[in-house]
Design a protein around this ligand. Structure first.
Ligand code: ADP
Length: 520
């Protein structure tokens, strides 16, 4: 783990926890995990899963399907973490819908795309598993009741060479989470407990293996705290034995105001993120404490498609990714010029936006496009964006430019050149891949024009515990798996390298959740 110090000014700002509390939560230099000889187990299961997102529920579903008795612990009052508020987009390389629509894809092409976005530091063996098993995992999710829009041309996400993403029926992760939770709970002996917080692992007498967990029932998450609630003794302490193993699926830490800033000091404490309130680092830090190997912890991905004009994830990511960015442009409001490939990977785009925001924190870039840029299936989002005001509609480019204080002549010139380049079949200066073979200009000069202000938001923490291709957690001390401990999903690190491509989170979480459930 990267060791950082907190400045005095930061310490004062950390408020609620104070420096000592914040450092304790953040570096978790606390008591060693209890041993089974020191505790009395209240209940016994085969498998204990920490977290009820994609990774946790896929792991639990697979283990439960194998006839194992499974307990899922969820610290929040509701099931699904970030997964249930996710956009429901699942990259499935070489899927059946691609084949039906003549889109040529392969696991190798998927790996190539992921490596490009990940700046080559991805742990390739993990990508190989995803490439090989995504379609099968998709089928498993469907078997558990997940509902996808199949039989349609797949969606094209930024950074992917081809359209390979299948979206859920309601364009939300809830279409996977709810059926999977119901699937597990239906099976005999299986249970899902909300408001139950994992506090620590319970180790074997020799301290080598994970044999259970310490948790608190009736726990109430306090969102005012900046980091994990380590000090809080609220709730009833319980010990759960795991006969076969514990699967850590506690997600990322984009909402951990202390830990994320220790890793990436650019992220201000009051910076909004796309995540649910419970996306904190505590469970991952407990795994580090028992020896799990940390990887890529300070790579925190920020969503370049988010807007400062709404809280959290909101509707802007859908309106930009499946709309304005595809055929439209993003411009620097100070000069009316494009400054990035709107379809590049997330890191490239967020970094490009940050270059502008560092120079002027109020000069949020603006994404601009016309009606035809919106995929037909996001009509409801277009309506919602206009209703909430996160997206605005203008009859003319002059009106749009006046609203955002963009030099109008420069903006018109930018769009003219953009349209002409695409129509001439030439590659534009940013090599945007969605401008090829268009029959008409990408931006319809008749208007009306739609616009959204942009702000990168912490979205996915790339780092986490190191697992192998069987989802076993690797010890930093021995280089071997820690017996009894598995992990999957955003709490793991390395798979996506420096930056994850859009729609690969579901692929990663479900594939490795399933792998963990198979191997535990
Ligand atoms: P993933 O996409 O990796 O599955 P999610 O964010 O969707 O991650 O789900 C992780 C879940 O784990 C969240 O619902 C979160 O509240 C839960 N969680 C995090 N820490 C703990 C903990 N200490 N005890 C119980 N649940 C936890």
């Amino acid at each position: 783990m990267k060791q950082e110090t907190v400045s005095r000014r930061d310490a004062l700002k950390l408020g609620a926890l104070g420096l000592a509390g914040a450092m304790m939560a953040a570096t978790n230099a606390m008591a060693a995990a209890p041993k089974e000889t020191e505790v009395k187990f209240d209940e016994e299961y085969d498998v204990i899963v920490i977290g009820s997102g994609f990774a946790g529920l896929a792991a639990a579903s697979k283990a439960a399907e194998r006839g194992l008795k499974v307990l899922i612990l969820e610290k929040m009052g509701r099931v699904g973490g970030n997964s249930v508020i996710n956009g429901g987009a699942f990259a499935v390389p070489n899927n059946r819908d691609q084949q039906q629509f003549g889109i040529k894809d392969s696991a190798d092409l998927f790996i190539k795309d992921a490596l490009k976005a990940g700046l080559g530091i991805n742990h390739v063996e993990m990508l190989e598993v995803i490439g090989k098993r995504a379609q099968e995992t998709f089928d498993f999710a469907v078997k558990c009741g997940a509902k996808f829009q199949t039989g349609k041309k797949p969606t094209w996400f930024g950074g992917h060479s081809v359209a390979r993403t299948i979206v859920t029926e309601n364009m939300s992760g809830s279409a996977i989470i709810q059926p999977m939770a119901a699937f597990v709970e239906k099976l005999p002996g299986c249970k899902l407990m909300t408001r139950t917080k994992f506090d620590d692992f319970v180790m074997s007498a020799d301290g080598e293996s994970v044999v259970g967990v310490a948790a608190r029932e009736n726990y109430r998450f306090n969102k005012k705290l900046l980091s994990d609630d380590m000090e809080n003794t609220g709730g009833t302490k319980k010990f759960f034995k795991a006969r076969k193993g514990v699967i850590l699926a506690s997600g990322g830490f984009s909402m951990d105001k202390v830990y994320r800033k220790l890793q990436d000091p650019r992220i201000a404490e009051d910076q909004d993120a796309t995540n649910h309130d419970g996306a904190t680092a505590g469970a991952m830090l407990k795994a580090f404490q028992i020896g799990a190997l940390p990887v890529h912890i300070d790579w925190i991905q920020q969503g370049p498609w988010a807007s400062p004009d709404e809280r959290g994830f909101g509707v802007a990511p859908l309106l930009t990714q499946q709309g304005l960015f595809v055929l439209g442009v993003a411009v620097d409001v100070r000069n009316g010029k494009r400054f990035m490939n709107e379809m590049a990977d997330r890191k490239t785009r967020a970094d490009a936006e940050y270059v502008i925001l560092r120079e002027d924190p109020k000069a949020n870039p603006v994404a601009i496009g016309t009606e035809k840029t919106f995929a037909p299936q996001i009509a409801h989002a277009v309506e919602k964006g206009l209703q909430t005001g996160v997206m605005k509609k203008f009859d003319t480019l002059d009106a749009l430019a006046a609203n955002y204080k963009i030099p109008a002549a420069a903006l018109k010139e930018t769009i003219k050149v953009y349209n002409e380049t695409a129509m001439a079949g030439k590659e534009d200066e940013f090599k945007k891949q969605t401008l090829k073979n268009l029959k008409e200009a990408p931006i319809d000069m008749k208007g009306p024009f739609y616009a959204i202000r942009l702000q990168p938001k912490p979205h996915h923490t790339m780092g986490g515990v190191k697992i192998n291709t069987k989802a076993q957690v690797i010890s930093g001390n021995t280089g071997k798996p820690i017996p009894g401990l598995f992990a999957a999903g955003e709490v793991t690190g390395g798979t996506h390298g420096a930056s994850r491509l859009g729609s690969c989170a579901i692929a990663d979480c479900l594939v490795f959740g399933m792998v963990a459930g198979e191997n535990v």
